[in-house]
Design a binder for this molecule. Structure first.
Ligand code: FCB
Length: 451
């Protein structure tokens, strides 16, 4: 009888293993050293929109704790780190003058990573658009696409020679739908037509930035990050099947078809009618610019019935603190679906993780549920890789507990616990497990080389 191969042995030695964060969620220093206001700074001042009425003013105080946080990251044994740049910190008005102190912070971050042997994966837009650009219409305006390209080129000029990867946008769906249709995220707009136009501008500006960066001789890998879930029919009935397929087309393929096939799904365009985005000549070619990698953020599946999405509490699967079902098989299913539909570039899981109740007792956090979540999802990714999906890396969301957008600080996603009163960081059991797992991956390769 052959024993199943241990998880650590299933990955190639150049596989990217990382932890991920984003600027607004961890940096703090919201009004320091010349930083401009972002749309999330502004949104947090609206009464009632953030569950615990908190904001990003201090967050994890990462801006002031850069070196010790870099040591923390290095202590995990990761070979890459995914972070984002706060656009208003480096270019306060979103155009024109650059802020030297802001640029210097990211330069110290990137150099600090390199000095520790960690590859920098930089995201340009993890939602904190300069408020000054929002005042001129933000992502509803085509002019913002040009501003974004200038910003991308500015960052490349300063840091490009030291970056491994540059992601243009994180989760355009969230910016468009939660920010501009449901209005529960910044900038708090509630208009479906606007949301669809915003999503289009995000995709076009992604392609414009990729082309502009390549024209500048950028050597970093270039890609985009999407939040994706498989849409699972609630029953085998023809109605539920059709509803799930429709949800998949409108939710996932609305983004992946243009990126990989150069057009929006016609069935959705037909249904949108006057709400469909205005598309200028050349836009679709920009969107379909070949990319070096697709970043996939995976948290859960969606169960769909003919009468709409099924309440996760009704399915009987365990839930995270966000109320999201824990369903690792969904990651395999999603990756295989993408692999079937498109000729994929390298695929990175750019976010995966869970919020759990994490009591800190006697300096320890026994988060067995999170460790289990990470282990089963890494295995699910390996299953997809074994079936031909070009997997290149995995990034845990998140390095440490942080500002979870409209949930404030109440939901903890970190593998490192943050005591917000003291800013003390404590490795949870899941961080210790990840560290040991990554060491096992390295050892598996050393053993293979020696044999
Ligand atoms: C994703 C975001 C990330 C984090 C996780 C939980 O949608 O990209 O910033 O909030 O969800």
């Amino acid at each position: 009888m052959s024993l199943p191969e241990p998880l650590a042995c299933r990955f190639p030695d150049d596989f990217i293993w990382a932890v991920a964060t984003s600027s607004f969620q961890i940096e703090g220093a919201a009004r320091e050293d010349g930083k401009g206001e972002s749309i999330w700074d502004r949104f947090c001042t609206v009464p009632g929109v953030i569950a615990d009425a908190s904001n990003g003013d201090v967050a994890c105080d990462h801006y002031h704790r850069l070196n010790s946080d870099l040591d923390l990251i290095a202590s995990l044994g990761v070979n890459a780190y995914r972070f984002s740049v706060s656009w208003p910190r480096v270019q306060p008005a979103g155009k024109g003058a650059w802020n030297e102190k802001g640029l210097d912070f990211y330069e110290r971050l990137v150099d600090g990573l390199l000095a520790r042997g960690i590859k920098p994966h930089l995201t340009l837009n993890h939602w904190d658009l300069p408020q000054a650009l929002q005042d001129e219409g933000g992502w509803t305006e085509r002019a913002t696409m040009d501003r974004f390209v200038d910003y991308a080129l500015g960052m490349h000029q300063r840091l490009g020679d030291r970056l491994t990867a540059i992601t243009t946008h994180n989760e355009p769906w969230v910016i468009a739908v939660l920010g501009h249709e449901q209005g529960i995220f910044a900038p708090g707009i509630k208009n479906r037509k606007t949301a669809l136009q915003v999503a289009h501008h995000l995709l076009v500006s992604h392609g414009m930035a990729v082309q502009a960066l390549r024209a500048e001789g950028c050597t970093a890998d270039l890609g985009i990050v999407l939040n994706l879930s498989p849409m699972v029919p609630a029953t085998d009935s023809a109605e539920d099947l059709q509803a799930a397929q429709k949800a998949d087309t409108a939710g996932r393929r609305w983004y992946t078809d243009p990126l990989f096939l150069g057009h929006y799904p016609q069935s959705v365009l037909d249904e949108l009618g006057a709400d469909a985005p205005v598309v200028h000549p050349g836009d679709m070619a920009y969107i379909a610019t070949p990319i070096d990698y697709l970043g996939v953020n995976y948290y859960t599946r969606q169960v769909i019935s003919a009468s709409g999405p099924v309440d996760t509490k009704a399915t009987g699967l365990p839930l995270t603190e966000m109320g999201w079902e824990i369903y690792a098989q969904g990651l395999t299913d999603l990756l295989l679906l993408l692999h079937k539909d498109y000729k994929l570039p390298a695929v990175l899981i750019t976010e995966n993780g869970g919020a759990f109740k994490d009591p800190l007792t006697q300096g320890q956090v026994h988060d067995a549920d999170r460790t289990d979540y990470l282990r089963t999802h890494i295995a699910a990714m390996a299953d997809a890789m074994d079936q031909g999906v070009p997997m290149a890396g995995y990034m845990v969301w998140s390095l440490m507990d942080n500002f979870e957008w409209s949930s404030g600080y109440a939901k903890r996603f970190g593998i490192v616990h943050v005591d917000y009163a003291t800013q003390r960081r404590t490795l949870k059991d899941s961080a210790l497990w990840y560290r040991d797992f990554l060491a096992a991956c390295r050892n598996a390769h050393l053993a293979a080389v020696a044999a």
